[in-house]
Write a protein that binds this ligand. Structure first.
Ligand code: JFZ
Length: 436
């Protein structure tokens, strides 16, 4: 129980902030075929090194990234300090395979941290516990390694303990050299590469001694495939502070065996790749993303929305445009997102509810024919406002609603001039202040 209490205390800010930016950036932005390119194309580290030699992100400007995130209404960010390819964007003393030794010549993580903090955002690191560059990480026969079926690697020894020293050492660096870290995102476990195989208890103890308040994902024990013991009565010491469903919004949110809510964060790409892809133009519409953000909140979850900057260090313009549209909507409607969660009412057929104490927010996605009905609020409403501009909405009870006495009805005009078209076709938010 104590573990769960501590988790609930640590995650308090997280459950209020609700919306963050994921940043997948690394050498893979040059081949521009996603962050798994090295293993998808079975490239040796010698072959992949061409991208290390070439890496020169001349337009890297994390201040502009931070401004874009802040404008979109995001409250925190998580950036890849090291991905599976092993390349470190931070100035690790434990390897030469790092940004400071490329043409970038800088600790890119340090600049990210400074930029996002100065915009008032909380900051976090994604750190891959998998490493396809380190010689002591399992290669031949491993499930994901680029050399998994290369016979030349069959007889090459590796000393996994040495890798663990390295990995723990890098996590120590990340927890020591960048001030207060708000969120750590380890990725990921698979098969028997799970939990204590990573010396997870020791790792968590070390992290907690350096960063007592940091919240940690569940992937020292899990992957996108499953959530691990965070869903049970008795979570392990390294079960993590939140579940991390990937490219899916859990149909009913996430609760543990006892039905208690478990903090969760859906991580979602804007197109179909995490790392930059030059050909993937399959971007979700801003409308869809705003609606999915609302869906997450209505199910007590967070949304971590990804951008994949390119080799020059630029967030793709499609992503910038999406963030901008989200920002315009958030400017008017963010009080239906921050501090909000699942409501006391069932999901309505026209959209979703979110709620913050006595403020209930109706997110209306689909317009109505005539009066728009809301069930379960009879005699419970103190006042009703259109959230975008704070204007008063009045309950109506025209002749054609008489059969539906357990509903209240609204419109977007006045009782004299009834109007049913939605003011915001993305998501019209109506705020109900409930009676105590
Ligand atoms: C992981 C990473 O591999 C991916 O590159 C990205 O960083 C994402 C946020 O996290 O994605 C996974 C994790 C687990 C599986 C697939 C993708 N899995 O278990 O099949």
């Amino acid at each position: 129980m104590k573990l769960i209490d501590e988790r609930n205390t640590r995650t308090r800010w997280f459950l209020k902030d609700r919306f963050g930016m994921f940043i997948h950036w690394g050498l893979y932005s040059i081949p521009a075929r996603g962050e798994w390119v090295m293993t998808n194309e079975k490239m040796s580290k010698e072959k992949y090194k061409q991208y290390f030699d070439e890496f020169d992100p001349i337009n890297y400007d994390p201040k502009s990234w931070a401004k874009a995130a802040k404008h979109a209404g995001m409250k925190y960010a998580v950036m890849t300090a090291k991905h599976h390819d092993g390349f470190c964007l931070f100035d690790s003393k434990l390897t030469d395979y790092k940004a400071t030794n490329t043409k970038a010549k800088k600790d890119l993580i340090k600049e990210y941290v400074d930029a996002f903090r100065s915009e008032g955002l909380k900051i976090g690191f994604y750190y891959s516990i998998i490493d396809w560059h380190h010689d002591d990480f399992p290669h031949y026969g491993d499930k994901h390694h680029p050399m998994r079926d290369n016979e030349k690697y069959k007889d090459l020894d590796h000393d996994f303990e040495k890798y663990l020293e390295y990995m723990h050492g890098q996590v120590h660096e990340l927890c020591t050299n960048y001030g207060k870290i708000d969120i750590l995102w380890f990725d990921f476990s698979y098969d028997d590469m799970v939990g204590e195989k990573w010396r997870a208890t020791e790792l968590i103890n070390m992290v907690r001694s350096l960063q007592p308040d940091v919240i940690i994902d569940n992937r020292l024990e899990a992957s996108g495939e499953n959530s691990g013991s965070i869903l049970t009565n008795n979570p392990s010491f390294f079960a993590g502070d939140f579940a991390s469903p990937e490219q899916i919004i859990p149909p009913e949110g996430i609760v543990d065996e006892n039905g208690n809510t478990v903090p969760w964060e859906a991580c979602i790409t804007m197109n179909n790749h995490w790392g930059y892809s030059s050909t993937d133009k399959n971007f979700k519409s801003p409308k869809m993303i705003i609606r999915k953000l609302v869906e997450c909140i209505s199910k007590n979850g967070n949304l971590l929305l990804n951008v994949g900057p390119n080799a020059k260090g630029e967030i793709p313009s499609e992503s910038i445009n999406i963030l901008d549209t989200i920002g315009k909507w958030m400017m008017q409607n963010s009080s239906s997102i921050y501090n909000c969660g699942k409501s006391c009412l069932q999901k309505p057929e026209w959209g979703y509810f979110t709620q913050n104490q006595n403020k209930l927010y109706a997110h209306i996605f689909e317009g109505s024919i005539g009066p728009l009905g809301i069930q379960g609020l009879n005699d419970k409403v103190k006042k009703i406002r259109l959230l975008s501009d704070g204007s008063e909405l009045k309950l109506i009870k025209p002749w054609n609603t008489m059969d539906y006495n357990d509903y209240i009805f609204i419109n977007f005009g006045t009782p004299e001039h009834l109007t049913y078209s939605l003011p915001d076709e993305i998501d019209t938010v109506v705020e109900f202040e409930l009676l105590d």
